[in-house]
Ligand binder design. Structure first.
Ligand code: PGA
Length: 248
């Protein structure tokens, strides 16, 4: 695992964007796995800037998103489908036929999860997966638990996650209590993974991720089993966990 310590959120976003740029240059038909949340917004902005000056094209790329809330219409202003549209897709040249997100409103959610994993497989698997991390160590919506799921599945969100997400909703009652998310196996099958974290509140989760121990109580810790992971953290986190220098 490569750990890159950067000074701040902006530098983290630039580093992540550079990795995407390099991989798309190498393979224009890259299959991307993307994430929502506050963390990747800077990366999307940076990629949009590079697109606008002609440094990067997404025409041939495909995108699979990690997760989607259950019970929100895809046009709801807090749906992850809408998030991706507003924060990224509408500003780049990705072909909408090649962007995918689980349908949290599907009648048969089990079938929808299976369909999603099949679709990823049929596209040859995810080449580069972008991840944020929850304060509790979740990746996607794989919440800490005694058992984790391998494939895309429906998950009941933890109280802390619901609270963290409530900042985007008018009332707490509106915050969805469940979601469809790629499973641990879906994520770990990506050929390459980049995880971003900034701000001291993520320090405990990152410490677990770098601990050398694997625990279902910190789903991100499973990334230590993957051969090609880059973790980009800011100085605040590094200081909080007393990581003194970049670790190769
Ligand atoms: P955040 O969420 O980027 O909004 O902090 C990350 C996550 O919960 O995975």
């Amino acid at each position: 695992m490569r750990v890159l310590v950067v000074e701040n959120y902006e530098e983290m976003s630039r580093e992540a964007a550079s990795l995407f740029q390099i991989r798309i240059e190498e393979k224009p038909g890259l299959v991307l796995g993307l994430a929502t949340g506050s963390t990747p917004i800077g990366t999307y902005k940076e990629l949009i800037n590079r697109y606008q000056v002609g440094k990067i094209r997404f025409q041939q790329a495909s995108v699979f998103n990690l997760d989607e809330y259950c019970g929100l219409d895809k046009n709801h202003e807090q749906s992850y489908a809408r998030f991706m549209e507003e924060n990224f897709f509408r500003s780049i040249d990705v072909d909408r036929k090649n962007t995918f997100i689980p349908n949290g409103n599907a009648k048969d959610r089990q079938a929808e999860c299976e369909r999603y994993d099949t679709l990823i497989r049929e596209r040859g698997g995810i080449d580069l997966q972008l991840l944020g991390i929850g304060e509790n160590g979740h990746i996607g919506f794989n919440e800490p638990n005694d058992l984790l799921s391998a494939g895309t599945h429906q998950v009941e969100l933890e109280q802390g996650t619901i609270e963290a997400n409530s900042r985007f909703f008018v009332t707490r009652e509106e915050v969805p209590k469940s979601a469809l998310t790629m499973g641990m196996g879906t994520i770990l099958k990506a050929k390459e993974i980049v995880l971003l974290a900034s701000g001291a509140k993520k320090a405990d989760a990152i410490q677990g991720l770098l601990s050398g121990k694997i625990s279902t109580k910190n789903p991100a810790s499973f990334l230590q089993l993957h051969p090609r992971v880059t973790v980009i953290i800011d100085r605040e986190i590094a200081d909080a966990i007393k990581l003194k220098q970049d670790v190769a």
